[in-house]
Design a protein around this ligand. Structure first.
Ligand code: AMP
Length: 217
């Protein structure tokens, strides 16, 4: 399998980013991935474009990318979103939708999409449905990933991310050869702020309350 890299500039940067991607597929896939944080849907979402030919759109990646920007480059909605994210809390629906609306061309993209982390609440799903109906677009599928909660907590608390290449390993289950150093590129490994124990607790509660009802929806 070859590794497919999509141009996500328009998704990550909004109106200041331009997408240079040529949609390659006549029958695009439009998928939504659901599942608790840490269940592995981000990893799946990175693998799926190799066979499905659609761009991986993650709201978590979008917020993390904004975190690396200078404060003055962030919109007020983005600044408010990052504050909530650092606590492990869900970003309010109206703020998320303001940020997504600016990037709606990515949802209308003729190449399709694999949404990861959005929608995360029923109101977000209603907003997405409205946009899709207006554009006369349909989802092909919603895929729900499941794992027992204690296993998810263990995965999240041991997760370490490379600050350079974004590779992921686990402090105890899949440890790097040299502690704190990425096996793939030699970059520094760090623990995401929202993977710390106090933030994990808040994230799992948010999932139970807000995201799990989406399965029914
Ligand atoms: P993720 O990488 O998908 O786990 O997202 C990381 C964090 O970004 C979450 O814990 C939330 O604080 C925030 N976030 C991402 N997507 C959403 C969303 N659709 N609604 C609300 N908050 C979100």
């Amino acid at each position: 399998m070859t590794s497919v890299k999509y141009d996500r500039a328009a998704w990550l940067m909004g109106t200041s980013g331009e997408c240079t991607q040529e949609p390659a597929c006549a029958q695009p896939w439009r998928l939504v991935l659901l599942g608790a944080p840490g269940v592995g849907k981000g990893t799946q979402a990175e693998l799926l474009p190799q066979s499905l030919d659609a761009c991986h759109l993650s709201t978590g990646d979008l917020f993390r990318s904004a975190q690396r920007q200078a404060g003055c480059e962030r919109s007020p909605a983005m600044a408010a979103a990052l504050e909530e994210m650092q606590k492990g809390a869900l970003v309010p629906d109206s703020t998320v939708w303001e940020i997504i609306r600016v990037r709606s061309q990515c949802l209308r993209c003729p190449g399709g999409f694999i949404l990861d982390g959005f929608p995360r609440t029923v109101p977000q799903a209603v907003a997405l449905r409205g946009l899709m109906e207006n554009e006369k677009l349909a989802l092909n599928a919603v895929v729900n990933y499941e794992l027992p909660i204690p296993e998810i907590v263990e995965r999240l608390s041991g997760r370490r991310t490379c600050e350079r290449c974004k590779a992921i390993c686990h402090a105890t289950q899949r440890p790097p050869r040299i502690e704190g150093i990425c096996d793939q590129c030699g970059g520094r490994l760090f623990q995401r702020e929202d993977d710390r124990p106090e933030a994990i607790e808040v994230r799992m509660e948010a999932y139970e309350w807000s995201t799990a009802p989406l399965i029914e929806f």
